[in-house]
Design a protein around this ligand. Structure first.
Ligand code: F6R
Ligand code: MG
Ligand code: MG
Length: 380
């Protein structure tokens, strides 16, 4: 049976600044998803949030980039904006809906999309990650660790099905081009690209031995669509696990030492990616609008539906007390980085600030710059 998992997300307004969506927004989206289950369009539909972003997790049999599925997500975000966000004057109402030109696909219009279509195996565990206050390239280090580094994923060494490695589709977000690189053979080339996460982001991963899809990430760069800063992209990611894919524990272990990612306050800073429990309500930002955070939802994909720990409720994979260690580490790094204020590398580099409001501030200094006078060198 072929099943598609579509994760589509957008920030269409929030309470208390960029903190979290209003519960009415989530209730509205949940009702719409339930209706789509009843008409048979969806096998399952689940709505949640990561910080101020609404995340729709849907299963169906229509394949990737399907106009009906994208249309459903688009209409949910539009209606939530009109009927709840604007009515309640929520902050940033409709923020990520950058264009009204919907014609069958939400890509390029603002919402983030990660989709994976596959033949269901005997049993198919997936993990869906959602992050807030960061960009698509934030997945580069975790995905490299999970699918290319034997120091993280024992299966790359031990399991014959993983031993042949993986193929990484890497997007050049500036030039809108894509390249496929195969690990372990091309690992150094891969690192050469994805070490620049503001420009190169991993969009898809396939298992090399049989081209089975293994992972899909959202790669929207809102600022590149809008030409100005309109909030961070806050990416999502779907990973298939176990029995020939990395184990859930290998996938999660890539987040134990928080990587520094771009985003955080005003999308202009580097901060640690903190793994959080959504059941404990940790999936909201506070300190300096952060630090950036990631939550992990575990499901079985079974006969076209999502099976969680109770009904559709997903396993909360960063709830284990072990993750207090990573959270503590991230908090320490966050406080440390803030001691640097607005100096690089705590603040993003000049090129990366192009789409923020800093250029407007610096513009007024332009007329005050004068040529450097050449000093006369006098010989003795
Ligand atoms: C980051 C983010 C926030 C805002 C900040 C200022 O992605 O959304 O950090 O950039 O709170 O927001 P405004 O300019 O809306 O007051
Ligand atoms: Mg927001
Ligand atoms: Mg957000």
């Amino acid at each position: 049976m072929r099943t598609t998992v579509s994760v589509i997300k957008a920030d269409v307004g929030s309470v208390a600044g960029h903190h979290r969506p209003h519960q009415e927004m989530l209730n509205y989206a949940a009702r719409k998803l339930r209706e789509a289950e009843e008409t048979g369009l969806l096998g399952s539909g689940y709505v949640t949030h990561c910080g101020d972003d609404i995340i729709l997790v849907m299963t169906h049999n229509k394949g990737e980039n399907n106009p009906e599925i994208h249309g459903l997500a688009w209409s949910i975000f539009k209606e939530v904006t009109e009927k709840v966000s604007r009515k309640l004057k929520l902050y940033g109402a409709g923020q990520d809906l950058l264009s009204d030109a919907f014609s069958g696909n939400v890509r390029g219009l603002g919402p983030g999309v990660a989709e994976l279509e596959f033949n269901e195996r005997g049993s198919d565990p997936i993990v869906v990650f959602a992050a807030d206050k960061t960009e698509p390239g934030a997945w580069n280090i975790p995905l490299y660790r999970i699918f290319a580094s034997p120091d993280n994923t024992a299966g790359l060494v031990i399991d014959p099905k993983l031993h042949d490695g993986f193929k990484f589709e890497v997007l050049d977000l500036i030039e809108s081009q894509v390249v496929t690189l195969k690990t372990p053979e091309e690992m150094y080339d891969l690192i050469g690209l994805i070490g620049t996460p503001g420009r190169y982001a991993i969009s898809k991963i396939y298992r090399a031995v049989d081209d089975e899809p293994a992972a899909a990430a959202s790669t929207t760069r809102l600022s590149l669509i809008a030409g100005r800063y309109v909030g961070k992209d806050d990416p999502v990611l779907v990973i298939r696990c176990q029995a020939g894919f990395p184990a859930v524990g290998e996938v999660l272990s890539a987040f134990a030492v928080p990587p520094l990612v771009s985003g955080w306050m005003r999308g202009s800073h580097r901060g640690p990616l903190m793994p959080v429990s959504f059941r404990k309500g940790q999936n909201v930002v506070s300190f300096f609008d952060g630090p950036p955070r990631v939550m992990a939802m575990g499901w079985q994909v079974s006969n076209g539906r999502l099976v969680g720990v109770e009904g559709i409720e997903p396993a909360d994979l960063f709830e284990d007390p072990f993750w207090e260690y990573a959270r503590q580490k991230a908090a320490e790094l966050a406080v440390y980085l803030r001691t640097m204020g607005e100096f690089e590398p705590a603040r993003l580099s000049h090129e990366e600030m192009e789409y923020t409001t800093l250029p407007q501030i610096l513009e007024k200094l332009k007329p005050r710059f004068r040529p450097v006078e050449e000093k006369q060198v006098t010989e003795k």
